[in-house]
Design a protein around this ligand. Structure first.
Ligand code: UGA
Length: 429
């Protein structure tokens, strides 16, 4: 099918590349001319495993191209996806101005029937607003349908998640766009659920909030584990074997971050408030998440006492593994908190150091993870990168003034660390 994706951020670019990979002809539009130039020249502005290869192959096969012109995209496709940012406003609600602007641009460019699909995460009832806007600004007076098709991609695993989805959600206001939407997704062999448009929009916020709740739940359990000498990983394993609960997203940590969960939680709380419901449960999820970071910082201070002028090595800057994204990263937040206490930081991340330079000042970026501990008083693991499990622990132990390791991601085995001579403090164990 002929598809256009407006917005080449994480979602738009991965979606465009994967649609092209399964045989559709895709135009990716972005109003950032510099970014489009990079993409046209074969560059990829973000790190996402497997994405660069996918983009290169599909550009070469002439199934994927990039432009700054919305009109060009709309003219040359049957289905137009909106994948632009929906950033938070200071009060926690969602800034929908990018969505509104794109809806007007699409409307102005339409000369025949189009299906306009919203992929960005938006508050319930946004689809109706988009439809109203298109109707108002479409001079050609042609038919169109607005569809909600939320994405469930995890950064760092986005290509994998898109090519092998658990489910496809299609929210519609009429049945007319359903066959085309099913055809787009047929190559992915995933269950497709067709709902009304408001339900589809709610599915997205409800899913992300539930996953955040799951993490805060296990983080709350981790506090009980620390107080009682239990092990949160064993508790999670035991709970997770119940299929009704499931083991995924039960990894205790120094808290969740990223560009989705914190923003979507605030938005969902606000949306609930606007329809007269106090979503206290989700407010508690936020509180537990904030406290988890406080507790981790306190653990470091309680152990090292005064942090002023102490040298601390931090492994991880990205908000999670497999990404260079540092937006709302707990690792960056931790660095700032340690700096506020006067600590001097040596930091490393396998992919996120470049982006971290924009958000972290006065830290020493160390290219080799095994050299981070050199001359430090303690080492901290802040992101769950798999490769940190291969850290040369013997070298780190010798390099530290005293072998203290704080693990905010439970990457190592406490008994083994003790055997190696470390004072090892993790989460809920
Ligand atoms: C999340 C959802 O998982 C995706 O399904 C959704 O499409 C996406 O938001 C979005 O709305 O765009 P993402 O933010 O990329 O994906 O990352 P996650 O893998 O969900 O991790 C979020 C945070 O939770 C990270 O900071 C991670 O370290 C933390 N986390 C995750 C934990 O602390 N414990 C866990 O068990 C799992």
């Amino acid at each position: 099918m002929r598809l256009t994706i407006i917005g080449t951020g994480y979602v738009g670019l991965v979606t465009g590349a994967c649609f092209a990979e399964v045989g559709h002809r895709v135009i990716c539009v972005d109003n950032d001319a510099a970014k489009v130039r990079v993409l046209q020249q074969g560059g990829i502005p973000i790190y996402e495993p497997g994405l660069a290869e996918l983009v290169q192959q599909n550009v070469a096969a002439d199934r994927l191209r990039f432009t700054t012109s919305t009109a060009e995209g709309v003219e040359n496709s049957d289905v137009v996806f909106i994948a632009v940012p929906t950033p938070p406003l200071p009060d926690g609600s969602v800034d929908l101005s990018f969505i509104e602007k794109v809806a007007r641009e699409i409307a102005a460019a339409m000369t025949s029937y189009k299906i306009v699909v919203d992929k960005s995460t938006v508050p319930v009832q946004t689809g109706d607003k988009v439809a109203e806007t298109i109707k108002r600004y479409c001079k050609a007076r042609v038919d169109f349908d607005v569809v909600s098709n939320p994405e469930f991609l995890r950064e760092g695993f986005a290509v994998e998640d898109l090519l092998k989805p658990d489910r496809i959600v299609i929210g519609v206001r009429s049945q007319r766009p359903v066959p085309a939407m099913k055809e787009i997704y047929a190559p992915f062999n995933a269950p497709i659920i067709v709902t009304d448009i408001n339900s589809a929009e709610l599915i997205k916020h409800a899913s992300n909030s539930f996953l955040a709740l799951k993490i805060s739940y296990i983080n709350a359990i981790s506090v009980l584990c620390e107080a009682t000498g239990a092990n949160v990983q064993e508790v999670a394993n035991g709970m997770g074997m119940d299929e009704r609960i499931g083991r995924r997203f039960l990894n205790a940590s120094l808290g969740f971050g990223g560009s989705c969960f914190p923003k979507d939680l605030s938005a969902f709380i606000k949306i609930a408030e606007q329809v007269g419901y106090n979503f206290g449960l989700l407010k508690e999820v936020q509180t537990i998440n904030a406290e988890q970071m406080n507790r981790f910082v306190k653990k470091i201070i309680d152990t090292l006492w005064v942090l002023k002028d102490k040298r601390i090595g931090v492994l991880g800057l990205a908000f999670k593994q497999n990404t260079d994204d540092v937006r709302t990263s707990p690792a960056v937040e931790l660095c700032r908190r340690l700096q506020k206490e006067g600590a001097l930081l040596r930091v490393h991340d396998p992919k996120a150091m470049e982006k971290a330079r924009d958000v972290l000042a006065n830290v020493e970026f160390v290219p080799d993870m095994n050299a981070v501990a050199d001359g430090c008083d303690a080492l901290v693991v802040a992101t769950e990168w798999e490769e940190f499990k291969k850290l040369d622990l013997e070298r780190a132990r010798k390099a530290l003034s005293h072998p203290i390791l704080f693990d905010g991601r439970n990457l190592f085995d406490p008994a083994e660390m003790e055997r190696l001579g470390f004072i090892y403090k993790s989460i809920g164990r």
